[in-house]
Design a protein. Structure first.
Length: 264
């Protein structure tokens, strides 16, 4: 497997020699079927750039670095690149940058809602909390199902969520103010619980996908083996919900809906 395809977003990963061949295939394919890639919207992440100094626009110096081409145009070399809204670097998901981006976007969204009067002294507390759950909370949760976050990063998400709740109460996010009552009223879970829950659902639902799907092929090919990737271990076997799920699955009378029974 040397590529990930999603709509018009494509990722190719390979050795330096093979990536050149893949780029040639992509270029020839586009010419054959009458479309064209945009080289300036493409990017190359290469391990060699980790030792180089980045410049203002996020690209890196090109001295002694292999050059990659599409339609005789150079593809920019970068340290991080956003794919489907998630930043990646040479090691995979850039979790620190990812968390900061989620928090920034969620905070800006709730601040805009507050300016529009969607807070407890505008539309009322309950509609304000519903607006947070509908428009802001999903922004903060996006991507955490596949991200292995540290406790520090999860704590940052929880702190950001408390700040958003304070803004629905028309308070400054930085002031010390209890949020337990509105959190309970709106049934808003801690981000730690939501992180484990979403990761657990992702891993278990993956088991029911047909083998023809790309993600199932990746799982069967690389993940469930004697020495699975550390990232995959954190998502699956080290997840507390997944451990409980396996116990219920092996019990004499397992529940009909194992996923719901595990989360409850």
């Amino acid at each position: 497997i040397s590529s990930l395809l999603y709509a018009d977003d494509v990722v190719m990963f390979a050795s330096k020699t093979d990536i050149v061949r893949l780029l040639c295939i992509a270029e020839n394919h586009s010419k054959e079927f009458g479309y064209q890639w945009h080289p300036n919207k493409c990017a190359i992440i290469d391990l060699v750039i980790t030792t180089m100094t980045s410049i203002d626009d996020g690209n890196v110096g090109m001295q002694n670095v292999p050059t990659y081409w599409l339609y005789t145009k150079t593809i920019p070399m970068v340290k991080t690149f956003k794919y489907l809204g998630i930043p990646f670097n040479q090691f995979g998901i850039d979790s620190d940058l990812f968390i900061n981006q989620r928090i920034t976007k969620a905070t800006r969204s709730i601040a805009l809602l507050r300016q529009l009067g969607i807070q407890q002294y505008g539309v009322g507390l309950w509609p304000a909390l519903r607006a947070y759950r509908t428009f802001v909370h999903p922004v903060m949760e996006y991507g955490i199902a596949i991200s292995t976050l540290s406790q520090v990063q999860i704590d940052k998400l929880d702190k950001a969520q408390k700040g958003c709740i304070k803004m629905t109460l028309n308070h400054n996010a930085k002031i010390q103010f209890p949020t337990i009552v509105p959190v309970v009223m709106a049934n808003i879970l801690l981000m730690k619980i939501r992180t484990y829950t979403l990761q657990f659902k992702f891993v278990t639902q993956l088991q029911n996908l047909p083998v023809s799907t790309l993600v199932k092929s990746i799982e069967l090919s690389f993940l469930w083996n004697k020495n699975p990737d550390e990232h995959w271990k954190k998502l699956s076997t080290r997840n507390q919900f997944y451990q409980l799920y396996n116990k219920l699955k092996k019990s004499p009378k397992p529940p009909n809906d194992l996923i719901s029974a595990t989360i409850q």
